[in-house]
Design a protein around this ligand. Structure first.
Ligand code: NAG
Ligand code: NAG
Ligand code: NAG
Ligand code: NAG
Length: 343
């Protein structure tokens, strides 16, 4: 399914632009195998790694989507996990994936959380599990970035979002240690929201790609309805006393069926945010202005997002891929989608 889309303004905070978007659903799991896709990552060979929630244990399958054939296969089993979250590239065909054993409320069982390091060569159908680094004392690792290291293509400092703990976690793949990077009020939940989304704070992390990194980690916070950023050094520590900053705020108060999920940032610093339960929004990096890209009421909408969980940049830098959990407006679990949006 393919369509050409122009902008729409929705509410006073959303600004119209002349940008046009083309959206295509390139893959969907089926109701007979209704995988809930949690996050995704576009590999250098244009295949897409897919993480998911609530799959079979004790070793959850890691999926890869071949865009040419439109098929998904299993490239690895990640030990001791039933749910997978963020994916980050470490350089040299190595990737980190965070996992845990799923408990209640989209939380992990304390003590089950880990970062797995895999090697997956371009074109290869099988990944090698190189290492499993435990991440103690957390029930949430939700989104993952690898920080660029000066003068090197390999990265070994990872930051992950702890949606429950008002904090970012740091994983050092060289020393195989995990620790708290730093906390900030803007990473926490919102006690004013009594629905279960109220306990979900920071819900995704992303960086401007490659050499365009601007020293900020961009994030969303679901319960507070914000898209923001915080400045860090290459060791993953907060720069000076700098607090996290709000770049843009959700148009209507967040709730169970209206919250920002994961995000992607382009090389020009613009954000693309998965907006639950059925939208994708672009956020201008300079002004914070929001433009609806996909969603009900957007003219010509032909791709209906079913619970969009995550967004990641494609190889050309002129497209993003959106993954969904697969739940439609009536609450039916139909299977997660992957939707390509070019701009
Ligand atoms: C999986 O968990 C079991 C029980 O906690 C532990 O003995 C084993 O070492 C774990 N495996 C890996 C690869 O972490
Ligand atoms: C992806 O699918 C295409 C078309 O079927 C095939 O030629 C190619 O080998 C596949 N790539 C991988 C890595 O399996
Ligand atoms: C995880 O379990 C340890 C050991 O029981 C406990 O000290 C810690 O507070 C727990 N952390 C969280 C985030 O629940
Ligand atoms: C919760 O509500 C109180 C009272 O209106 C307000 O002061 C506070 O900022 C709110 N907290 C959040 C996280 O929005």
């Amino acid at each position: 399914m393919q369509l050409v889309r122009s902008f729409v303004a929705l509410g006073p905070l959303l600004t119209a632009t002349s940008a046009a978007f083309t959206a295509t659903e390139i893959f969907s799991f089926t109701p007979s195998n209704p995988v809930f896709i949690e996050n995704l990552f576009v590999l250098p060979d244009n295949r897409i790694l897919l993480t998911h929630f609530g799959g079979p244990g004790p070793d959850s399958p890691l999926y890869v989507l071949n865009q040419t054939s439109g098929t998904v296969s299993v490239v690895a089993s990640l030990p001791n996990s039933t749910a997978q979250t963020g994916i980050a590239a470490l350089g040299g065909s190595k990737y980190a994936i965070t996992t845990g054993v799923l408990g209640a409320n989209f939380e992990f069982v304390n003590g089950s959380v880990a970062a797995h390091i895999i090697s997956l060569a371009p074109g290869s159908g099988t990944a090698t599990l190189l290492d499993t680094i435990p991440i103690p004392d957390t029930i949430s690792t939700n989104g993952l970035v690898a920080l660029p290291a000066a003068g090197s293509n390999s990265r070994h400092i990872l930051l992950s979002a702890d949606s429950r703990g008002f904090r970012l976690l740091k994983i050092n793949t060289a020393t195989r240690t995990a620790s708290v990077a730093f906390a900030d009020p803007l990473f926490g939940g919102n006690p004013n929201i009594t629905q279960s989304i109220g306990i979900t704070g920071v819900n995704g992390l992303n960086l401007r790609p490659g050499k365009r990194w601007d020293g900020y980690v961009y994030f969303t916070n679901s319960a507070r309805g914000i898209y923001g950023r915080v400045q860090v050094d290459s060791a993953g520590d907060k720069v000076g006393s700098g607090a996290a900053q709000v770049v843009s705020t959700i148009a209507t108060p967040p709730g169970q069926e209206n919250f920002f999920d994961d995000l992607a940032v382009t090389r020009f610093g613009h954000g693309y945010v998965a907006w639950q339960t059925d939208k994708l929004v672009r956020i201008d990096g300079a002004t914070g202005a929001q433009t609806m890209v996909l969603g009900p009421g957007v003219p010509g909408a032909g791709v209906a997002l079913r619970y969009p969980t995550s967004v990641k940049l494609g190889l050309s830098g002129r497209e993003v891929y959106v993954a969904t959990g697969g739940i439609d407006a009536s609450g039916n679990m139909l299977g997660g989608q992957v939707v390509k949006v070019t701009f």
